[in-house]
Write a protein that binds this ligand. Structure first.
Ligand code: UDP
Ligand code: MG
Length: 316
């Protein structure tokens, strides 16, 4: 009896990637030929691109029945794209990969071999050097991993990429987390399962520019902390308590001083400084609470993660 070939679904979030896609598609074809012992499904998620990304994907899809696609009604973000792709995927294994070839698809051979032979549920990649990113971005990324490591009990691997190959059961577990504020790296880690981490060197973007501005990255980093740690709330309470304690000591000192030396009207500038300082701290912590509140607000509304404008019909 001939064994049925296993299928790998590749989920590829794309936002304005018309230049990278032809290069990626060529690479994927090459890979599929080399890995002819498995079937492939290429799932392109057009995240509301404004260029010819969708047209390019449709052209692939016309000629190639391994190509499926979803096109969003607007830009919902990479996280929503990943979720939509995982939902639509049908493979026994699912891999998430960027469209810009920074993560070489060729790595998939080794990843598949590892997952099959070493009995892991997931094989993920991390990098020690981001060739394509500015020094500033590298610096902030490093600091951020140290920070999230201290703040969250969900383990986060420094330099982790989104490129990973997962077994179906892990994908199903992720799909059970349809939270609105998504931070995939945290979610991957939260669901657990045996994960093998392989180190590799990220390449340069095949074409086009990074779709993450500094502001977008900052928002994403904040998302990671808010979604996977409540420590900022505890910290603000502790610092509040500390200031109460200082104030209490100061009151006692002032009372004693007044009783001993009388009450000259002096020291108001320092008082003004203290008031401004303390109210600043209060506003800052209100801000932290507000951020959590706004996340709860969005979560409670249960808005859809994405809205589909068009998608390929399943041919199998
Ligand atoms: N991406 C997306 N939606 C967005 C931003 C990015 O689907 O709103 C996709 C993008 O097309 C690429 C992947 O996410 O395939 C990673 O983006 P990029 O390479 O720009 O990020 P960087 O490598 O700079 O972190
Ligand atoms: Mg990239």
């Amino acid at each position: 009896m001939k064994l049925k070939k296993e299928k790998i679904s590749l989920v590829i979030p794309c936002y304005n990637e018309e230049e990278s896609l032809p290069i990626l598609y060529k690479e994927l074809n090459k890979l599929a030929k080399e890995m002819n012992y498995v079937n492939f499904e290429f799932l392109f998620i057009d995240d509301g691109s404004k260029d010819n990304t969708l047209k390019t994907i449709k052209n692939f899809s016309k000629k190639d029945n391994r190509v499926e696609f979803i096109s969003f009604s607007r830009n919902f973000g990479k996280e929503a794209g990943i979720y939509a792709g995982l939902e639509k995927s049908t493979g026994d294994f699912v891999a998430v990969i960027d469209a810009d070839l920074q993560d070489p698809p060729q790595m998939l051979k080794e990843m598949y071999k590892t997952i099959k032979e070493e009995n892991y549920e997931c094989v993920a990649l991390y990098t020690k050097s981001h060739k394509d990113y500015s020094l500033l971005r590298k610096f902030f990324t490093k600091c951020w991993y140290i920070l999230i490591g201290k703040m969250s009990s969900t383990k986060q691997v420094s330099g982790a990429r989104d490129f990973r190959l997962m077994k179906r059961k892990m994908v199903e577990a992720i799909l059970q987390m349809p939270e609105y504020n998504r931070y995939s790296k945290g979610i991957f880690s939260f669901v657990g399962f045996n994960t093998k981490w392989i180190s590799f060197e990220t390449g340069k973007r095949a074409a086009g520019k990074s779709k993450f501005s500094f502001f977008k990255l900052f928002k994403y980093a904040l998302e990671g902390i808010l979604a996977f740690s409540t420590k900022p709330l505890v910290l603000s309470a502790l610092i509040g308590l500390f200031f109460c304690f200082i104030a209490f000591i100061a009151i006692i000192v002032i009372i004693c001083k007044t009783l001993i030396y009388g009450d000259p009207v002096s020291g108001w500038p320092s008082l003004a400084c203290i008031i401004i300082f303390v109210s600043g701290i209060q506003l800052f912590f209100f801000g932290i609470m507000g951020m959590y509140l706004s996340k709860i607000y969005l979560e409670v509304k249960k808005r859809p993660l994405y809205i589909i404008n068009e998608e390929s019909k399943k041919r199998r």
